[in-house]
Design a protein around this ligand. Structure first.
Ligand code: B12
Ligand code: SF4
Length: 550
C-alpha cells in the first residue's frame, strides 16, 4: 500500500520536555494563548481523506515534545521503500528555535531518505515558506491539493498549479484546489493515535465565515453559499469518537460557530440523536449571540456548546463601527449579562459556561479614556470570566509593498487601517520602563533581525494611532496593566480555548471542570495533560506496550 507520514505539533513551548516530570502549570500571567497541548488536527483531517483514496498514513502529534534524536528514530523506524511523502503541518508561526529545529529535521530527511517528498501545509503561506529544502508548500485547506500532488508525483497526474518558492513549489490551495464547502470534513482516528477519553478533539461544523471584519486575516471570509458539514457526517464522527475512544469534549474550529441560527439548529438536530452529551468550546460572535436570542441559546445548551469565546474587540461604539462590529456597546453589555444569566440558569448538570472575551487595544477612535471606561465595566461585571486584550497588530505600507509573493497570498488587512490614519515609526523605542514589555519588544526586534536575513528589508517599526495619543508600544504596556489589574482583583478564569487542560486534569471528576470557568488558581495544574503527552510519545516510540493498528 502507498505509504505516507504526517507530523505536526510545532508550538511555542516546544522543546521543554526536560521539565515534564516536574509539576506543570498553565499560567494566566501571559498575553497570548498557547496551542501547544492540542493535536495537529490539520494532518488528521487530510490523512482521513487520503486514507479513503487507498493511502496508509500515520500521523504523529506533539512532535516537538520529542528530542531531535527521537524524531529521527521515529522517522527511521517508519520509513520504508513504500513511503512516498512526509507531510508537515504548521498552524502557527514558528519561534526562532523551533524553526531551526524543523529545518534540521527537513535537511536530515533530504540527506537520509531522499526518495520521500516533503510537503509543508497549513493556513498561512508566510508561515510555511519560512522553511527551506521542501518540495511543496500548500497554503489552505489541503485535502484536494495533497491528493493532486500525490497523483502528479506517483501516478502520472497533471502538473501542479504552483509558483516557485525557494527549491520548492508554492500552492494556493484556496484558489487552485478549493476544498470549501467540505460536507464530509470528518476526522477518523486510528489505534496508533492512542486517543484518550479525556482529550479535547477538534471538529468542524462549517468551513469559512460569511462576515468580513476589517481586522480579520483569515483567508476564507466573506464566503457566499452553503459551507455546512453534512449533518449525518457530523453525527457519525461524534458517535465514532464516543464509541471507539470515549471522547465527548471538542473544540470547534469554525471561524464563527454561531454565524447563523439555522446552522445551530441543524447541529442541534444531529447532536440530539447521539446517545451521549458532548461538550463543545468555540468562537461565537457576541453581537450575533445577543441578536439570535433564547431559542439559539437553548439549541446551544442542547448541543453542549456552552463554552464560548466572544470576539467583542471593543466597548467603544465608534471603534466597533470602524471594524465591522457596530452593535451599540450598551446593548452588548446588557446582552452579555442576559446570556450569562440564561446559561447559568438553564445549563444541564455537569455543563459549564465560559464567556471568554477577546478584545483589541488600539482600534480606530479608541482613546486611553475609552479603554479605561471599557475596563471599568469589564472588571465590575465580567470579572468571573476570562478577558484577553491584545494590542492591534498591522504591517506598515513599506512592509506590504516589499512583501514577497508568498506573503501576498495571505490576506492583508492593514490597508483598512491606513485609511483611518495610522502612521508608522521606524526606530527602537527608548522609553520602556516595564521589563516585560522590554522583553517582548526585544523578541520582536530579534525576529525582525532574523527576517532581514531571509526576506523583507524594512527595519523594525510600530504603528502610531491616528489620534497621536499613543502607539503600539503604549498598547502593549496597557494590556500588561490590564492583566495586572485582573490578577489583583482575582479575575482569572480559564479561557474557553484552554478547555483541554481542566478536562484532562479532572478526568476522574468531571464535575470539577466547571470551577475553572469561574475562577481558578493563578497557575493551574496541567500535569495530566503533560503525562498524557509523555505516554503518547512513549507509545509512538515503542517504549510502552500498546495496541497497534491491525
Ligand atoms: C483552533 C484555533 C486555535 C486554537 C489552537 C488549537 C490547536 N492547536 O488545534 C487556539 C485557541 C489555541 C488558537 C490560538 C491562536 N490563534 Co488560532 N485558530 C484556530 C482556528 C479557529 C482553527 C484551527 C484548526 O484547528 N483548524 C482545523 C484544522 C483541521 O485545520 P488546519 O490545521 O488549518 O488544516 C487544514 C489546512 O491548513 C491544511 N493543512 C494543515 N496541515 C496540513 C499538512 C499538509 C501536509 C497539507 C498538505 C495541508 C495541511 O489542510 C487542512 C484541512 O483542510 C483557526 C481558524 C481556522 N478556521 O483555521 C485560527 C487561526 C489558526 N488562529 C489564528 C491566530 C491569530 C491565533 C492566535 C495568535 C490568537 C491570539 N492572538 O492569541 C493564537 C496563537 C497561539 C500561539 N501561541 O501561537 C489565525 C492565524 C494564525 C497564523 N498562522 O498567523 C487563524 C487562521 C485565525 C484567523 N482569524 O486568522 N487558535
Ligand atoms: S466574524 Fe470572525 S472570522 Fe468572520 S470575518 Fe469577523 S473576525 Fe473574521
Amino acid at each position: 500500500m502507498k505509504h505516507g507520514l504526517m507530523i505536526g505539533g510545532f508550538g511555542a513551548n516546544a522543546g521543554l520536555r526536560k521539565v515534564f516530570n516536574d509539576k506543570w502549570v498553565i499560567s494566566s500571567r501571559k498575553l497570548d494563548n498557547s496551542p501547544d497541548y492540542y493535536r495537529s488536527f490539520g494532518n488528521h483531517r487530510v490523512a482521513t481523506y487520503l486514507r479513503k483514496k487507498g493511502w496508509d498514513i500515520e500521523c504523529l502529534d506533539y512532535t516537538f515534545y520529542m528530542s531531535d534524536d527521537e524524531i529521527r528514530q521515529y522517522l527511521d523506524d517508519r520509513i520504508t521503500a513504500q513511503t512516498k511523502f512526509l507531510g508537515i503541518s504548521l498552524l502557527f508561526p514558528l519561534a526562532y528555535i523551533s524553526r531551526n529545529r524543523l529545518q534540521g529535521v527537513v535537511n536530515w530527511m533530504k540527506r537520509t531518505h531522499p526518495h520521500v517528498i516533503i510537503v509543508v501545509g497549513g493556513v498561512k503561506a508566510f508561515v510555511l515558506t519560512e522553511i527551506g529544502n521542501v518540495d511543496y508548500y500548500c497554503a489552505g485547506s489541503g485535502e484536494y491539493a495533497l491528493e493532486a500532488i500525490l497523483e502528479h508525483e506517483f501516478n502520472g497526474g497533471p502538473s501542479i498549479k504552483a509558483t516557485i518558492w525557494k527549491q520548492g513549489q508554492l500552492i494556493n490551495a484556496y484558489r487552485d484546489y478549493p476544498a470549501h464547502p467540505k460536507p464530509d470534513a470528518r476526522i477518523s482516528y486510528e489505534e496508533r493515535d492512542y486517543i484518550e477519553p479525556y482529550e479535547t478533539l477538534n471538529v468542524e461544523f462549517a468551513r469559512g465565515c460569511i462576515f468580513k471584519c476589517t481586522y480579520c486575516s483569515f483567508p476564507l471570509i466573506g464566503i457566499k453559499g452553503n459551507m455546512d458539514r453534512c449533518q449525518q457526517d457530523l453525527h457519525d464522527e461524534l458517535l465514532e469518537n464516543w464509541e471507539r475512544w470515549g471522547v465527548r469534549n471538542y473544540y470547534i474550529t469554525d471561524d464563527t460557530v454561531n454565524d447563523r441560527q439555522d446552522k445551530m439548529e441543524k447541529v442541534a438536530d444531529a447532536v440530539r440523536k447521539l446517545p451521549f452529551q458532548p461538550q463543545f468550546s468555540g468562537y461565537a460572535r457576541g453581537d450575533l449571540m445577543i441578536r439570535h436570542g433564547e431559542k439559539t441559546w437553548e439549541d446551544m445548551i442542547d448541543i453542549g456548546f456552552t463554552s464560548h469565546s466572544y470576539g467583542v474587540e471593543t466597548l467603544n461604539h465608534k471603534s466597533g463601527k470602524a471594524v465591522g462590529k457596530g452593535m451599540n456597546p450598551e446593548e452588548t453589555k446588557e446582552g452579555l449579562l442576559k446570556i450569562d444569566e440564561f446559561m447559568r440558569k438553564n445549563m444541564k448538570k455537569d455543563q459549564y459556561y465560559s464567556g471568554s472575551l477577546t478584545m483589541i487595544a488600539g482600534l480606530p477612535h479608541e482613546s486611553f479614556a475609552s479603554l479605561d471606561a471599557g475596563k471599568e465595566w469589564l472588571n465590575k461585571y465580567w470579572g468571573h470570566h476570562s478577558v484577553a486584550y491584545l494590542p492591534l497588530r498591522i504591517n506598515s505600507p513599506e512592509e506590504i509593498a516589499q512583501s514577497v509573493e508568498a506573503e501576498n497570498m495571505d490576506i492583508n488587512n492593514s490597508d483598512n487601517f491606513y485609511k483611518e490614519g495610522y502612521t508608522f515609526e521606524y526606530r527602537e523605542p527608548d522609553y520602556i520602563d516595564d521589563p516585560r514589555v522590554r522583553e517582548v519588544i526585544k523578541g520582536m526586534l530579534q525576529a525582525k533581525q532574523y527576517m532581514l536575513g531571509t526576506r523583507g528589508k524594512v527595519p523594525w517599526n510600530f504603528w502610531v494611532h491616528p489620534s497621536g495619543e499613543y502607539d503600539y508600544v503604549d498598547m502593549l504596556q496597557w494590556t500588561y496593566e490590564w492583566m495586572d489589574d485582573r490578577i489583583a482583583q482575582g479575575s482569572y478564569a480559564t479561557y474557553c480555548f484552554e478547555t483541554n487542560v481542566p478536562t484532562a486534569q479532572h478526568k476522574d471528576h468531571p464535575a470539577n471542570i466547571k470551577h475553572h470557568f469561574k475562577q481558578y488558581p493563578l497557575e493551574v495544574d496541567a500535569t495530566n495533560l503533560h503525562q498524557f503527552i509523555i505516554s503518547y510519545i512513549d507509545k509512538k516510540l515503542g517504549r510502552t506496550e500498546s495496541k497497534t493498528d491491525e
